[in-house]
Design a binder for this molecule. Sequence first.
Ligand code: ZN
Length: 281
Amino acid sequence: MLLVRLAALVLSIHAASADLGKAVLFANGLKEPLRKLDDITRVATTKTGPKNLDTNSICKTLARQAGCTDDQVTGKEVWYADCDKPWALCRCSDANMSFDTMERRWAKVPVGLRSYGGTLLAVKRDSGCVAYTFGGEYIRFHGDCGSSVFIHEVSHTVDKGFSSTAAFKDGVAKSSCVPDSYANTNYVEDFAQLNVCLTWALRFGVLSDAAGKDAACMAPQYNLLKSDARIKAAQSATQCIPCVRNNCKTRGIDDDEEINTHNITMTQTSMCEFPAAGEDD
Ligand SMILES: [Zn+2]
């Protein structure tokens, strides 16, 4: 109950500063009504190995920003059965999430969406979960972040400017609601929550049923995601999609995350709070 009250508090803070000012489809957030997202079957790991990290690697750079020193950061490479390229996972030695936990939760993210996500880093947080996305593809998790948070964060990596288009903003303007209070924060969070809704709806049911009211109020914006060819491909892929990460073209690769940060703009593209996110494996 305490966690629920905290969740309501944080949501109310967001609602108070809401830029979009829309009504919400899910009054108490997406986590409970869409909790079947936790039931997505995770893909098997086929191979793992240690990852050596350069001083200027993404992991060490992002870790330093979170107060974690270079000697505390270790890396691991993970290959899943749906991709012949590995993902790099990193953690600070006192991070709440173990490598195994990160590996399992990342394995539940549908592979087409996961393709957009780069290296993941876990650091410590005393309670709850906060997550940041950098450079449109690198995700830093603070605390114990559940798989629904992994899906929310990866949605930021899939965004690729979609949420700032005139078409999307027009879709929001023509909608009388957004998914939840968190989506009201701004267009970026709205896009991410819409993609979480879409991820659920394509696998588990009808949003109106889950919400207990007609989801048509958000149809103009939601349908833009639903009908977008790139997002459709990301939602339906059964194998990883090559070269869709932000830095793929400039690097000429998209498999090796042992890259440094010299030529990458590590702009923070989102900051997302989830008061009680840890759960399921
Ligand atoms: Zn977010």
